[in-house]
Ligand binder design. Structure first.
Ligand code: AHR
Length: 494
């Protein structure tokens, strides 16, 4: 079969927003402790930050990192994590049944973001806490000085305010599992009042309101409409979270991005519906601040009897098929770049992470590292709307799904085409009309596909990597390529 598309510089969606290449560091499992932070590790710097993980974060092209949760944030006391490390308390973390030592806190996180060259994205606790603590934290972080909290930051050795722009107003507050779970009206009111107060502390903050934890929540849709009705004028973003898993259905899993696409459309429609009712010209942006592949049906982490320090939680080992799906989810985020302007893959290290580490040992790249890294490096300039026409797949999960998923970006030096063949058995031929974008030469042509879709990487055995895609050529203004079954490809044209 063949799929066709046309590249036309007139059909742009939006600029490639670098904040789409975000990640997430939660105080969960080993994401922080023995992940990004491990004093005494041979690769750790004098602050305990693992430089091997920092190097991989930079190689991956991560641009923004959300912190400190996640479900963890809903019981978080940020003051516990600042000041002399020896004086910081151990606490019970009720979200993940952990002992939290607070050796890593706001100032260590900010030092890490600077070392890794990423923008910070903070979350405030709206589970067990409220307006005052959110304002205190913002004052500590962003106020220049001369007040209780800003002077405390200065005494802690940080003279200049951090100027953190992005702030999440809680996390997954619709979920009954959330500590301090609220109804939509309760949360919407609290978020609105917190947002208004935070803007009085610092008018430059950008605020993210919690949308649904996933699109299968019974309150999905009404939650979004209600919280936006309460807080529309005070916030900038609405959050979306989604995780996908194979769960014994490889063909359906390969079409996961169909669900993400519909989810985004539904949230845009709901947000714009609220705008219409308010006769508001303001448009709410979307922050897809948790997304990934996660075998969550195998997750039993909350059932553990004992509280532990840095337990091994959801350290999924990703397959080649997982990497193709991650590449497709990134294509989908780019295709919605006009409305999705922040996105964070969850999480960065160990906890469903593209980067894995061993305590005292190596750091290595999981399969899903690669489509993220190559997309972040080569998707630049403007996103182009491509409208593939081709075969569809009949999936049990999502009905008919296009076999080809594609997006393109156009920059001063050329074009990047991102392509996924979702078919599990058949290669797919591509014919792309590239006459309008004026390219004549194929540069990089990389493809991630394995004959065994369940092949994985391990420490010292990173065999699932992108390889050259043979036979890519431009002929009379048409780009031809053969995309293997279950493959993710990136083609650079000049
Ligand atoms: O990323 C893991 C968890 O998934 C987060 O803590 C939570 O927000 C989501 O349910």
């Amino acid at each position: 079969p063949t799929a066709r598309l046309t590249l036309d510089r007139a059909f742009t969606i939006a600029p490639v927003n670098r904040r789409l290449f975000g990640s997430f560091v939660e105080h969960m499992g080993r994401c922080v402790y023995t992940g990004v932070f491990e004093p005494g590790h041979p690769a750790a710097d004098e602050r305990g930050l693992r430089t091997d993980v920092i190097d991989l974060t930079r190689e991956m092209g991560v641009e923004v990192v959300r912190y400190p949760g996640g479900n963890y944030v809903s019981g978080h006391r940020w003051e516990d994590g600042v000041g002399p490390a020896a004086e910081r308390p151990n606490r019970l973390d009720l979200a993940w049944r952990q002992i939290e030592t607070n050796r890593f806190g706001l100032n260590e996180y900010m030092a890490w973001t600077r070392a890794a060259g990423v923008e910070p994205m903070m979350a405030v606790n709206l589970g067990t806490r409220g307006i005052q603590e959110a304002c205190d934290l913002l004052e500590y972080a962003n106020h220049p000085g001369g007040t209780h909290w800003s002077d405390l930051r200065i005494r802690h050795g940080v003279a200049d305010p951090y100027g953190i722009r992005l702030w999440c107003l809680g996390n997954e507050m619709d979920g009954p599992w959330q500590i301090g779970h609220k109804t939509a009206v309760e949360y919407g009111r609290l978020a609105n009042e917190t947002a208004k107060a935070m803007r009085l502390v610092d008018p430059d903050v950008e605020l993210v309101l919690c949308g649904s934890s996933n699109s299968s929540m019974p309150t999905f849709g009404t939650w979004e409409a209600t919280v936006l009705a309460e807080a529309y004028d005070a916030v900038d973003y609405l959050s979306l979270h989604a995780y996908y898993e194979e769960d014994g259905d490889l063909p359906g899993f390969m079409a996961s991005a169909v669900d993400m696409d519909a989810f985004i459309d539904a949230v845009v429609a709901t947000a714009d519906g609220v705008a219409a009712r308010r006769r508001s010209r303001k448009r709410i942006a979307l922050s897809f601040d948790e997304w990934n592949v996660w075998n969550f049906s195998r997750f039993t982490g909350r059932d553990r009897a004992a509280f532990e320090e840095a337990p091994r939680l959801i350290e999924d080992t990703f397959t080649a098929a997982d990497a193709v799906v991650v590449g497709d989810l990134l294509i989908t985020l780019l295709r919605h770049a006009d409305r999705v302007t922040v996105a964070c893959q969850a999480q960065l290290a160990n906890v469903i992470g593209p980067i894995r580490t061993e305590p005292g040992g190596p750091a290595w790249r999981q399969t899903i590292f690669h489509p993220f890294a190559l997309t972040a490096r080569h998707a630049r300039g403007e996103v182009l709307r491509v409208e593939p026409v081709g075969p569809t797949l009949d999936t049990a999960r999502y009905g008919d799904a296009p076999q080809l998923s594609a997006v393109a970006t156009l920059d001063d030096e050329g074009v990047t085409l991102l392509l996924v063949n979702r078919g599990v058995t058949e290669a797919l031929d591509l014919a792309a009309d590239v006459r309008d974008v004026g390219v004549t030469r194929v540069g990089l042509a990389a493809c991630l596909a394995e004959d065994d879709p369940h092949r994985v990487n391990g420490p010292g055995a990173e065999t699932v990597v992108p390889r050259p895609l043979p036979g890519v050529r431009i002929d009379a203004g048409v780009l031809h390529a053969r995309l293997p079954a279950m493959s993710w490809s990136l083609v650079r044209l000049h």
